[in-house]
Design a protein around this ligand. Structure first.
Ligand code: NAD
Length: 357
């Protein structure tokens, strides 16, 4: 067989298992030689973060809990100052994508290794992608310096995710896999990763939503999220992510929920032009088409929503179309114009099932 492909295989250590966050951190910190650790968490995550960091004793020299969604530039500056204050030699981020994003913002400025203990399905821990928000504008970029050196996945930390966040954060992960699958020139390894991610998430999310303490379901969903992060890192942001970033940055809408409202409409739009990717998605979800599979899963996990329900105003739809028209979509399998963007946003705004009215 003749094989030819290229992709950036990323370095980093991954430790995965129920209970891992309670015992793996000291060894991992020894491995990095970390002696002055800055702990990052939201105020909400602080108690669990402090509990998990307790075995590190005095090596935890400071804690920063000023994390905010989408990493505003002033939060990034405050986090960098906190790291400088304690002369940190390592950042330990325990939390969701916003906490990981804040750690990455520090690493953009200071040459510090990052250790992440994810508590959602965002997947940022596996990528060299950073994001910062300045007013209405969200800027993202890739830089190997922000790629976490160690990631400790512990499904038990996701027991506390309520059903709604389990569902929307899971769809966020699903979106990474879906976009990776129709990315141009995706190689066989990221393709396998993304396909396995869709399969794992499709199987695990309904059970994880039904019973948050089902360790097998939580493991499957977190495994899917890990694969989703890897697939996203090997490919990049496409039409779906560009729409979500504009909506999140410009109108301060919640990240994972926006993914849930938008994904079925982008899939329905792209499906006719991404036949092979769509067949893989449909097959992994046991559905006739990718759009039906995605919309059906979202329904089953009770995550169906609309941009209107998330607080977007009707007038902001046109503003979003304008902002999105300023972007390029060369990598999208189907040509994107103003009519296409309006169709996708209108469907997501009203929360219609794709193909209906
Ligand atoms: P988040 O980190 O903002 O967390 C959402 C909420 O969930 C917060 O209130 C948090 O305190 C709470 N929470 C977190 N873990 C919990 C748990 N186990 N139990 C109960 N509550 C919990 O949201 P997110 O969806 O994890 O991350 C979104 C952010 O990540 C966005 O800014 C997005 O752009 C970014 N992101 C970046 C990349 C990348 O590669 N750079 C990839 C994916 C997402």
């Amino acid at each position: 067989m003749s094989v030819s492909f290229s992709y950036d295989a990323l370095p980093g250590r991954v430790v995965f298992g129920a209970g891992a966050a309670r015992h793996a951190l000291p060894d991992q910190m020894d491995h990095l030689g970390a002696r002055n650790i800055l702990l990052l968490a939201t105020e909400h995550e602080r108690p669990i973060a402090e509990q998990l960091a307790a075995p590190l004793g005095e090596r935890v020299a400071g804690i920063f809990t000023g994390v905010r969604p989408h990493v505003p530039v002033d939060v990034a500056a405050a986090a960098v100052a906190a790291a400088k204050d304690i002369r940190a030699d390592c950042v330990l981020a325990i939390g969701g994508g916003s906490t990981t994003g804040t750690a990455k913002a520090i690493a953009l400025d200071l040459p510090l290794p990052i250790v992440v203990v994810p508590t959602t399905y965002a997947g940022s821990e596996m990528t060299p992608v950073w994001g910062l928000t300045d007013g209405e504008k969200k800027t993202t970029g890739r830089n190997p310096a922000v790629l976490p050196r160690v990631v400790v996945y512990d499904p038990e930390l996701t027991f506390s995710l309520p059903p709604s966040l389990t569902a929307t954060s899971g769809v966020n992960a699903l979106a990474h896999c879906v976009e990776a699958l129709w990315f141009p020139h995706i190689g066989p390894i990221p393709r396998l990763t993304a396909e396995e991610g869709v399969l794992a998430l499709g199987r695990a999310l309904p059970a994880a939503v039904r019973d948050g303490a089902d360790v097998a379901a939580r493991s499957g969903a977190l495994y899917g999220a890990h694969l989703a992060g890897m697939a996203f890192a090997a490919t990049g942001s496409g039409l779906h992510h560009k729409i979500c970033h504009v909506l999140g940055g410009a109108f301060d809408l919640p990240h994972a929920e926006v993914h849930t409202a938008v994904l079925p409409h982008v899939v329905a739009f792209n499906e006719p032009a991404a036949v092979e990717a769509s067949a893989r998605i449909a097959s992994a979800l046991g559905a006739r088409t990718a759009a039906e599979g995605i919309a059906g899963l979202i329904d089953r996990i009770g995550a169906s929503t609309s941009l209107a329900a998330l607080g977007m105003q009707t007038t902001q739809v046109e503003r979003a179309v304008d902002l999105l028209m300023a972007k390029r979509y060369d990598e999208n399998p189907r040509a994107v114009d103003e009519t296409a963007l309006r169709l996708i946003l209108d469907g997501a705004y009203h929360g219609r099932r794709p193909g209906q009215g």
